[in-house]
Write a protein that binds this ligand. Structure first.
Ligand SMILES: NC(=O)c1ccc[n+]([C@@H]2O[C@H](COP(=O)([O-])OP(=O)(O)OC[C@H]3O[C@@H](n4cnc5c(N)ncnc54)[C@H](OP(=O)(O)O)[C@@H]3O)[C@@H](O)[C@H]2O)c1
Length: 331
């Protein structure tokens, strides 16, 4: 097998494409021949030693991938050799083969392409857990999605619309806002037009008749978190998804008191480990929504696996709309 190896986590430039021995699956594991792997924000952090999970060195990055099962270890019952699967393994995806825990693999129904499957679990499972479970979003409520044209952002728009909510999508360019409207967003805010961030509040107020959004989905953090939270509706739920902008914002707690609002942490990885049955049920519902055409990953572009470094650069410069997927030619 071949893979991008991280021997020294000092950044993308230090990754090397190497020939490695093909591993054999141990008990509960499967060996997957990778057809497609998507880039998620943690993949960017993990090769810089900036992610919460720090794998032993050397390791192959690539949290999420899809392909065909080539071998199964002892005790594996949920998948079989020859089956198409999507896997969220945390690492291993940026190569031709990877081991994964069978329990974390999603068997793919017919008609589920590898490219969509490789871009599915992380974003939709996160947004389902956030909006359905943590926010208890109801039809008719208004959701403000920040970073709305990114991976988790696009999935949040689609899930909120599937649940009958009104969506205001906020992103940093008109091009990104146009993508959000094409996904069903009812209104958009180009927040690069609202620097300093104070005028963002006026725009949110205008778009919600002064009431504010019931739910705010924030994967960005940074300078817009506080003005967004100041705009939230009575009994609003502010979903803490991530900090793509870098700095972790602080929010004045008196605002939560004044609005009767909740600041709600969302950690899908923890949820799937602590509550595996609820997590599996959510994934089954998402697979059903995919089959019904209610959700579909937005694929910015597919690139050959050999171009991983260019893919990382595209994501790091905020250029990606939806998901970037790397494919193994001829797999
Ligand atoms: N809590 C969980 O369980 C969970 C699960 C998955 C992901 N996450 C987190 O969610 C965040 C987004 O992940 P993603 O995979 O959707 O990433 P993504 O596709 O790169 O989207 C992130 C968005 O953040 C915005 N952004 C603002 N400042 C940025 C900066 N300095 N660098 C890069 N992007 C910036 C960009 O939108 P604009 O240009 O429009 O501002 C970009 O589209 C990450 O922090 C990730 O760790 C959390």
């Amino acid at each position: 097998m071949q893979a991008w190896l991280c021997e020294n986590p000092v950044g993308v430039d230090a990754l090397v494409w190497k020939e490695l021995p093909t591993p054999q699956p141990g008990p509960g594991q499967v060996l997957v021949r990778i057809h497609a792997a998507s880039l998620n924000f943690p993949d960017l952090l993990i090769v810089q030693n900036k992610y919460q999970m720090k794998p032993d060195l050397p390791f192959v990055p690539g949290s999420e991938f899809a392909g065909v099962v080539e071998a199964v270890g002892e005790g594996v019952r949920n998948v079989a050799v020859g089956q198409n699967v999507a896997c969220l393994a945390g690492t291993g995806g940026f190569g031709t083969h990877a081991l994964a825990q069978a329990a974390t693999c999603m068997p793919l129904p017919a008609g589920f392409p590898h490219v969509d499957a490789a871009a599915f679990i992380m974003i939709y499972a996160t947004s389902h857990h956030a909006l359905v479970d943590r926010a208890q979003l109801k039809a008719g409520e208004t959701v403000l999605v920040l970073g709305a044209a990114g991976g988790v952002g696009t999935s949040a728009i689609q899930i909120a619309k599937a649940m009958g909510a009104r969506v205001i999508a906020a992103a940093s360019s008109e091009e990104k806002c146009a993508l959000c409207r094409s996904l069903g967003a009812d209104a958009t805010i180009n927040y690069s037009e609202h620097k300093p961030s104070g005028s963002l509040r006026d725009e949110i107020k205008k778009l919600t008749d002064g009431k504010g959004p019931d739910v705010i989905y924030d994967p960005v953090g940074g300078e817009f978190a506080e003005p967004a939270f100041r705009s939230i509706a009575w009994r609003g739920r502010y979903l803490v998804i991530g900090f793509a902008a870098g700095p972790i914002p602080s929010l004045p707690l008196n605002l939560a008191l004044l609005k009767g609002a909740s600041i709600v942490g969302v950690f899908w990885g923890g949820f799937s480990r602590q509550e595996p049955k609820a997590s599996a049920a959510a994934l089954a519902e998402l697979a059903q929504w995919y089959a019904e055409g209610k959700i579909k990953p937005v694929i910015d572009s597919t690139m050959p696996m050999s171009e991983l470094k260019a893919a990382y650069a595209h994501m790091g410069s905020r250029g990606v709309k939806g998901k970037l997927v790397l494919v193994n030619p001829g797999a």
